[in-house]
Design a binder for this molecule. Structure first.
Ligand SMILES: O=C(O)c1ccccc1N[C@@H]1O[C@H](COP(=O)(O)O)[C@@H](O)[C@H]1O
Length: 224
């Protein structure tokens, strides 16, 4: 079975339409000023409206305050909130109670200790997202196009639901799926011709590579 596919960092109608037409399960929008993928909440809302109900929309924030979150939720009306900063379990519990929205908490992974940091979030985050540590000198906590050692994920309990992210592309996605058996993947830089510029052909090639890999490697378990 094909995994869920999230295409993240979208900024144009063409890229949103292509993601939906190719069967993306999720589309992500970045609210982080230093990112080349940063987008205004009202523009994200207009883009999501093109495919609302067909594809789940994800608002990606980094240590956002209440005012920023309120504005994003009001104008974009996301289906899911992705937290890519240092948000505490208590903070996420509060946001979840107030907004009623499902929460995906991102963690950057280099070693087994990094994976243990999810423990206080189990039962709070609806899903985890595992990304690589940013390379030194990067201003971005995510979207750096670098993978991590996927074999670390073998130690995870089967009940941990996560999205695999970090440097995925058409060349490595088959190995990533084989190594992890993951049920959901997230790509941004791997379908870009330049930082923040989605390339429709690269998107097509990524979807094709996932389909090919999924035929060869069935994915186990249910998909949210
Ligand atoms: O993409 C960004 O610019 C970004 C900025 C701030 C927080 C998270 C960000 N991106 C997230 O990182 C993953 C992995 O990206 P990549 O495929 O390695 O480029 C991306 O999908 C977003 O969820």
């Amino acid at each position: 079975m094909r995994p869920d596919i999230k295409i993240c960092g979208l900024k144009t109608p063409e890229a949103v339409d292509r993601a939906a037409d190719r069967g993306a399960s999720h589309i992500g929008f970045i609210f982080f000023e230093k990112s080349p993928r940063n987008i205004e909440p009202d523009i994200a809302g207009t883009l999501v409206d093109r495919v609302r109900g067909r594809v789940k929309s994800v608002a990606v924030t980094v240590d956002a305050d209440n005012d920023d979150l309120d504005e994003i939720i009001a104008l974009m009306r996301p289906d899911i909130l992705q937290f890519h900063g240092h948000e505490s379990p208590e903070r996420l519990l509060t946001v979840k109670a107030v907004t009623g929205l499902p929460i995906m908490k991102a963690f950057s992974i280099r070693d087994a200790d990094d994976l243990r940091r999810i423990e206080p979030y189990i039962g709070i985050a609806d899903r985890f997202l595992f990304d690589a540590k940013p390379p030194s000198g990067s201003d971005l906590p995510g979207g750096n196009g670098v993978p991590f050692d996927w074999s670390l994920l073998r130690s995870l309990d089967d009940s941990v639901d996560y999205m695999l992210s970090g440097g995925l592309n058409k060349a490595n996605i088959a190995e990533a799926l084989r190594e992890t058996g993951v049920r959901a993947i997230d790509v941004s830089s791997g379908v870009e011709s330049a930082p923040g510029v989605k390339d429709l052909q690269m998107m097509d090639e990524f979807f094709a590579a996932v389909a090919e890999a999924s035929r060869a490697q069935p994915v186990s378990g249910s998909v949210k």
